[in-house]
Design a protein around this ligand. Sequence first.
Ligand SMILES: [Zn+2]
Length: 407
Amino acid sequence: MDILVSHAITSAGEWNEVLLGHLLPRNVVEQILAIPIPMFAQQPDRAYWSGSQDGLFSVKSAFSLLQKQHVNPTQQEGHWKWIWKLQCLEKIKLFVWLLQRNRVLTNSVRFERHFATTPVCPRCEQEAETPLHLLRDCFHSRLIWESSTILPNTFFNLSFEEWLRRNVQDTSSNGALLHNWSTFFLSTIWVIWKGRNTFIFDNRTIPPHVLYHQASSLAADTRLALSTSVMAHTRSPRWVRWFPPNFPFLKLNTDGAMNHPSGSASAGGLIRDHGGRWRHGFATNIGQQSSYMAELWGCRTGLQLASELGITHLILEMDSLLAVQMIQARKAGEGLPSVLLLDIFHLIDSFTVCTIQHTLREGNSAADFMASLGHNLTQGTTFFPNPPDSIGSILHRDNMGTLFLRT
Ligand SMILES: [Zn+2]
């Protein structure tokens, strides 16, 4: 029997549960009901990266996948796990990983694999271009290293593996705020590699002092970016509360929840006015889905509800930092999350004003309550024009401006 996916979707844009129920076992139907159908956005079919939650490619997720596929148990995570802790750009981590596996295509590596007729270094034409020659011993590279005043003593004496490992793990700072040997070292080997490729492919020589300055500024930028993100994530104790919106705004809080160990997801949310008064709420039993999908699902349902209520000025508040960042950056990514995100972008644009903000879990406890409520409901969304009885004390605490200590 031929049946298209579109046959199983009703004219209201929902899964035809009755039809599916005739065709498929109940557990399969439940899995299908947990797949979001786009409300507005029609996207062409395409491949997406299944290695990460948001469907976007990242080097780390690629390595997690490689790790799972690894057959040789001696080459497991422990052997390259330290690479992830390096304080540098993802592409440099990848470069280090390739170096460590002798996969960077220097002339000697190409020669071994019969890709090249000679292993000789194209820059100095004196020795074989091994990774160590390329990055350290070639005099073009040596000039760059020797520009640094804090070169470790043993720097030119170590074997390649030892040299790489020791230097990337040396996080001594030499007193400078934005300095860290490992970051400088990683920036320098990257700049040397880029400079070498510019020489070969563009036939252009970048002078060593220019490369040294490129490496220093890359290292400083990296340190600055890391110190900012470290500060942003430092968990110092802070007081958290829910704030009512300013008139004429209404506030929508949404949340997702996972039911362990069943792995089923639910979502929920509520809309309140400037007096903290309940306007509407909902709870959704999603089925088997990820927590990120549950967050987005709750967000979409809440926005749709707000839109149907004719609300024009809306504040959307969630405690999923990833979801808030994706929405603020208007990044849909790929795969199932993108279905929800594209609908979310569309819905946001339907309001006169809609602002999105992140709150901590303690500031989102009413939405968390609604999301948990979803677990006990039948699959699908239940709407609450009036607050459910048991949420009363949470609403009261929010309205009183009760502070919660976040440690
Ligand atoms: Zn050389």
